[in-house]
Write a protein that binds this ligand. Sequence first.
Ligand code: PLP
Length: 408
Amino acid sequence: MDTASTGAYDGVRTAPRALATEAVHAGRDDLARQGLHAPPIDLSTTYPSYDSRAEAARIDAFATDGAGLAGPPVYARLGNPTVARFETALARLEGTESAVAFASGMAALSAVLLALPTPGSARAGQGPRHVVAVRPLYGCSDHLLTAGLLGTEVTWADPDGIADALRPDTGLVMVESPANPTLAEVDLRAVADACGPVPLLADNTFATPVLQRPAGQGARLVLHSATKYLGGHGDVLAGVVACDEEFAGRLRRIRFATGGVLHPLAGYLLLRGLSTLPVRVRAASANAAELARRLAADPRVARVRYPRLGGAMVAFEVHDDPHEVISRVRLVTPAVSLGSVDTLIQHPASLSHRIVDADDRRGAGVTDRLLRLSVGLEDVDDLWADLDRALGAPRERQGAEALRETVR
Ligand code: PLP
C-alpha cells in the first residue's frame, strides 16, 4: 500500500545528493520502510472517508492556496500518490520546491497561462494577460500564444529586446533553450535579469536537468514536455512545471478546476524514466555530437546546428530536397516528437512547426530545408550508415564550408 499523500509526496527529506543519485532515489525514499522496492501504482479515482467535516476543512485549505493535501487522497483530480512521486522527483532534479504534472506539455503550458495573475488584481484569471516570448518556440506553444486561445496577448522579442518589450501588464516571459527546432540558445541568466519581477518560464524539454537547471539561473518556472526525455521511451504523453510552492499552488488549483491531470500509469512510467535520465541523456548526447561532426563535414549538408550546451538533438539543412531524405531513412524513424531511446527525424516546416505562419516560421530560422534529428541510443556507426544513405548521392566536396557554418 502506498501511504504517500496526494498533493505533495511526503518522503524523507535528505541531504543534498548528486543528480544521478536523485534520479534513482527521489520520490522513492519511503519505499523501503514500507517493505517495497518498486513504487506502487494507485489507480483509485476516489477514496473512502468517514469524516466529512475533516474533508471539508481540507478542501477549504486547498481552495485557498492550492497546497498539497495533507493526509489521505480525496479524489483523483485533486492529486494522486503515484503522480506525486514523479512530481517530487522532478522538483529534486530541477532544484525547485515543487513540481506539478499535467496530461501533456501543452496542458502544462495552458495551466501556466491560466494561472497568471493580472498585475493590480488579487486573483488569477482576470483581465488580459500579456506575454513576452522569444522565437522559435515549439510550434504549438507559438500557436497557443499567437492565436491568443487562452486570452493572452503576445509580444515576440529578441533576447536582447525583452526588457523593452515588458509592459505593466506583462505576466510572463517565455523562452526555450535550446529552442525547438533550431537549437538556438539564450543566456538564461541574462534573460532572467531582463525580466525583473516578471516570472520567466524556461522550456527545458531539450536540455533536461541533466544539462541545465534553469531555476538556478533565475527562471521561476521550468516547463517540460515530459513526453520527451523524461519519459524517454516514446510511450507516455505528459507535461510538468517545476517551480516554487506559491506558483505550484496556483497550478494545482487550475489543474483541479480544468482537469488536465496526468494518469497514474503515466506517473509511474515517468518516475521510472527519470531513473535512467542521466545515463540516457549522456549516451545519446555523445552519439549526437559525433553525428553533428560527421554531418558538418559532409558536402550534402549545408549547415549544422548543435548546441554549445551539448544534448541529443541535431538540426541540419540539406542542399537537396529534405522530403527525400525523410523518405529514405530505414533505421531512423521518420516521426515527429523526440527524446526517445531510438532516433527520430522530422521536417519541422511540415510537422512540428507547420501550424506557425510560414513567414514567422522562416523568420525564426525554421527554413524549409531544415531537418531535426532526435538522436537515440543506437550504435553511432549504424545511425551514420542510415543517414549517409538517406542523404543521397555524394556531391562535390563542400565539407569545409559546412563545417564553417556549424553553429556553436
Ligand atoms: N515544449 C517543447 C519544447 C516541445 O517540443 C513540445 C512537444 O513537442 C511541447 C512543449 C508540448 O508537449 P506535449 O506534446 O507533451 O504536449
